[in-house]
Design a protein around this ligand. Structure first.
Ligand SMILES: NC(=O)c1ccc[n+]([C@@H]2O[C@H](COP(=O)([O-])OP(=O)(O)OC[C@H]3O[C@@H](n4cnc5c(N)ncnc54)[C@H](OP(=O)(O)O)[C@@H]3O)[C@@H](O)[C@H]2O)c1
Length: 238
């Protein structure tokens, strides 16, 4: 079933998801911080409509927020005030305090990344697509039943909203895995055993179960250290 899908953020992850979903026939709108004019070329290339952030929030049955975590606090106040509660909001974000976002005290004190996003925007969110790199999202989707199909987990409190996100996962070529409620979404935050590993469903479920809640901050710091090493290695290659 084709749907209207709005994107707030059209970078690596938002842009890749928008590209793949437009190709699948969905009616996709994309927005960023610089305004629709800045997205004209990308929108034409992928078959999407460039819109403002305010219009992207009203543009679909599903709205996907794919911006740096700290930027969520800069979104217009009451962005979702008149958006029907049936609209599913998906958060792809990962909190990177040292590398990008700066410190967000509430998260440092134990709030989960997506719980903080939900609080900022005043709406429940489903956490999805934060746990796959853009390149895998672009290249590794395959039809259902294909051997070695990568699985992606989704967390959220509304069963209907989560079902919509799980359908998107499947449509994009990945095995959908219901990870549980949002309070368990730390299991796929940065650096956890399930994070961006391109695992099949059985291995993904095992990795999600293996994660240890008391290690959330440690997982995050490990992931930031890994990214730093990767950036340094890329720079050394020239
Ligand atoms: N890259 C990955 O492989 C990956 C994987 C999983 C999850 N994530 C997470 O997903 C989120 C997006 O990552 P990304 O890699 O796609 O980032 P990115 O390439 O830097 O793109 C960020 C997008 O957010 C937009 N944006 C920034 N501030 C905004 C604001 N205040 N209002 C509206 N739009 C705004 C940017 O628009 P402008 O360019 O106009 O500022 C841009 O389109 C992050 O939380 C990231 O950690 C990334």
């Amino acid at each position: 079933m084709h749907m209207r899908i709005g994107f707030i953020g059209a970078g690596n992850i938002g842009g890749t998801l928008a590209r793949r979903l437009a190709k699948l026939g969905h009616q996709v709108s994309i927005a960023n911080s610089r305004g629709p004019e800045s997205l004209t070329a990308l929108a034409a290339e992928i078959g999407a409509t460039p819109v403002s952030v305010v219009d992207a929030a009203k543009a679909g049955k599903i709205v996907i927020i794919s911006i740096p975590t700290n930027a969520v606090a800069d979104l217009p106040q009451d962005l979702f005030a008149n958006v029907p509660s049936s609209v599913v909001v998906i958060d792809t974000g990962n909190y990177h305090p040292e590398l990008r976002d700066g410190r967000i005290d509430a998260i440092d004190q134990g709030m989960l990344d997506s719980q903080w996003v939900a609080q900022q925007i005043g709406r429940p969110v489903v956490k999805a697509f934060n746990n796959i790199f853009a390149k895998s999202l672009l290249e590794k989707g395959v039809p259902k039943g294909t051997t070695g199909r990568i699985a992606l987990s989704v967390f959220g409190d509304s069963l209907d909203a989560k079902a919509a996100a799980l359908r998107l996962v499947d449509d994009l070529g990945f095995d959908p895995v219901d990870g549980g409620d949002l309070d368990n979404s730390w299991r796929q935050q940065p650096g956890t055993p399930a994070y961006c590993r391109d695992l099949e469903a059985t291995a993904l479920r095992r990795a999600l179960a293996e994660a240890v809640r008391s290690r959330i901050a440690e997982y995050r710091a490990d992931e930031e250290a890994r990214i730093r090493r990767y950036i340094a290695a890329q720079a050394a290659k020239g």
